[in-house]
Design a protein around this ligand. Structure first.
Ligand code: GDP
Length: 424
C-alpha cells in the first residue's frame, strides 16, 4: 500500500493542520511522527476552531485512527489537557481513535524547566524556544535518559528507572542552573497522575500500522514545523530538535518499512517565521504589520507576533528538494489580495554576487534578498472555488511560484475553512 505525508516546506505555520484536516477524508489513519506540544496546527471545521499541539489533525474525523508515533516528544500533561479541551467540544477521543506508541519517550517535568532556564541563561543569544521542553527532551532521549511510554505499564520497573534519572538530573538542575531539584515523591505523583490517564491509549503502534497497511488502509503522516527547522537540514542551530522531513516519517511513526509515494509540501503564499535566526526576506515596520494583520500571523501556541515577508523562492526550492515533495499546497493566497504588486524574493545577494541556491546556515545572516514584483489582483478571492474563477493575476502568481520552485501546485487555499480550497 502506498501512503502520503503532509509536510512543511518552510519555517512551519504553513497551514499543514488545515490540509491534513481536509485530506483525512481519504485516509484511515493519521500519524504524528516527530515533535511535541510545541506544534500549533490550526483546524477550522464544523465543530469550531482548534489549535492542535500534540494530537494528530485527523482527530475530528469519525472512523479515522490517530497515532502518536515513537518519534514524538510525549508530553502527557499537555496531551491530557488537550484531550479534555477537545472532548469538551463534543469530539470523542478513545483508545479506538487515538493510539500512543509504547516506544514514544516521555517528556518529563524537568524538561520544560531546563528549556526556560537555558533560554534565560542565553539572554540575548536565546534561540526563541517555545519553552515546551523539546530540546532538553530530545537531548535526553539521545542520551538514553528518559523513559518510554510503555514503561508506564510496568510500575516497579518505572520506579527504579525514574529513581536513576532523578539522581542524574538533579546534578544539573541545582549545581548548574541553581534551580530546585525534584523529589522521588513528585515524580511518582506525576507518573501516577498523568501516566495513569494516558495508559489506556498506549499500544504497539508499529504493529498496528503494519497491519493497517497490509489490510489496504491508507495512512497519512503529519509533520510538525518545516524543512528549514529540521535538525539536520534546517538553519542550525535555529532548528527544532527533531526531523520534520518526510524521510523521517516511517522511522518516527513505528513503521520503518512504510512506502510514502506522495509528499504534499505546504507552502504559504508569503513567508513567516517564529523565533530567532536568519530570515532573509524579513519585512519590518508598517509593511510588516500590514501583512501580519492581513494574515493573522500570531503564534497558535505562544501568541507571539510572527516575523513576515515576501515568499522566499530560494528557501522554498530548497525545502521542496529536502522534502522530496511530489506536489504543493499553496496556502493563504487570499491574504495577498490587498497588495497592489506581489513581492517575490527570487535570489539572494551574497558577497556581491547573486545566488539562487540556499547557502550554508553560517553565511545566511550576510545574504540580502533580491525582490521582484508581479502584478496584484486586488479583490477578495476567499469565495473562489475553481481555478478558472481566480483572477488572472492570481493564477499568474501561482504559476510563477510553481515554475520557480519546480513542483506542481495541486491545491490553492484561499481561506482557513475546510472548503476554502481550489483543486488543480
Ligand atoms: P500549521 O502549524 O502548519 O498547521 O499552521 P498554523 O495553524 O500555525 O497556521 C496557519 C494559520 O493560517 C491558521 O490560523 C489557519 O487557520 C490559517 N489558514 C490556513 N490556510 C489558510 C488560507 O488559505 N487562508 C487564510 N486566510 N488562512 C489560512
Amino acid at each position: 500500500m502506498s501512503h502520503c505525508a503532509i509536510v512543511g516546506i518552510n519555517w512551519g505555520d504553513e497551514g499543514k493542520g488545515r490540509m491534513v484536516d481536509l485530506l483525512t477524508e481519504h485516509y484511515d489513519v493519521v500519524v504524528r511522527y516527530q515533535g511535541g506540544g510545541n506544534a500549533g496546527h490550526t483546524v477550522v471545521n464544523e465543530k469550531g476552531k482548534f489549535a492542535l499541539h500534540l494530537l494528530p489533525s485527523g482527530i475530528f474525523r469519525e472512523g479515522v485512527v490517530n497515532v502518536l508515533g515513537n518519534g514524538v516528544a510525549l508530553d502527557c500533561e499537555n496531551l491530557w489537557t488537550e484531550i479534555q479541551d477537545i472532548c469538551a467540544k463534543g469530539v470523542a477521543i478513545t483508545p479506538e481513535n487515538l493510539k500512543i506508541s509504547d516506544r514514544a519517550s516521555l517528556l518529563l517535568p524537568w524538561h520544560r524547566d531546563l528549556d526556560a532556564l537555558e533560554e534565560a541563561r542565553l539572554a540575548d543569544k536565546k534561540y526563541g524556544s517555545t519553552r515546551q521542553g523539546i530540546a532538553p527532551f530530545y537531548s535526553d532521549k539521545f542520551q538514553k535518559k528518559t523513559v518510554m511510554a510503555g514503561e508506564l505499564l510496568y510500575p516497579e520497573h518505572l520506579k527504579a528507572h525514574l529513581a536513576d534519572l532523578l539522581e542524574w538530573k538533579n546534578l544539573t538542575l541545582t549545581p548548574v542552573y541553581g534551580a530546585e531539584g525534584y523529589t522521588m515523591e513528585q515524580l511518582l505523583d506525576w507518573a501516577a497522575d498523568f501516566g495513569e490517564k494516558i495508559k489506556p491509549f498506549i499500544c504497539d503502534t508499529g504493529a498496528f500500522l503494519r497491519q493497517a497497511s497490509a489490510q489496504g488502509k491508507r495512512i497519512l503522516f503529519e509533520a510538525q514545523l518545516g524543512a528549514l527547522r529540521d535538525l539536520d537540514y534546517g538553519i542550525y542551530p535555529y532548528t527544532t530538535s527533531s526531523n520534520p522531513v518526510a524521510a523521517y516519517a516511517p522511522v518516527g511513526s513505528g513503521f520503518p518499512a512504510a512506502r510514502i509515494d506522495q509528499v504534499i509540501g505546504v507552502v504559504k503564499a508569503y513567508s513567516s517565521c517564529v523565533g530567532e535566526g536568519p530570515f532573509t526576506c524579513e519585512w519590518f515596520g508598517e509593511e510588516a504589520e500590514r501583512l501580519r494583520q492581513a494574515g493573522a500571523e500570531y503564534g497558535a501556541k505562544t501568541g507571539r507576533p510572527r516575523r513576515v515577508g515576501p515568499i522566499d523562492i530560494v528557501a522554498t526550492r530548497y525545502g521542496v528538494e529536502t522534502q522530496a515533495a511530489t506536489s504543493i499546497a499553496l496556502t493563504k493566497l487570499d491574504v495577498l489580495s490587498y497588495m497592489e504588486k506581489i513581492p517575490v524574493c527570487t535570489r539572494y545577494e551574497l558577497n556581491g554576487e547573486e545566488i539562487d541556491f540556499f547557502p550554508f546556515p553560517a553565511v545566511l545572516p550576510e545574504a540580502k534578498p533580491v525582490v521582484e514584483y508581479l502584478p496584484g489582483w486586488q479583490c477578495d478571492i476567499s469565495g473562489v472555488r475553481t481555478w478558472e474563477d481566480l483572477p488572472e493575476n492570481a493564477r499568474k502568481y501561482v504559476e510563477y511560484v510553481e515554475r520557480s520552485i519546480g513542483c506542481p501546485i495541486g491545491y490553492v487555499s484561499v481561506g482557513p475553512e475546510r472548503d476554502a480550497i481550489i483543486l488543480r
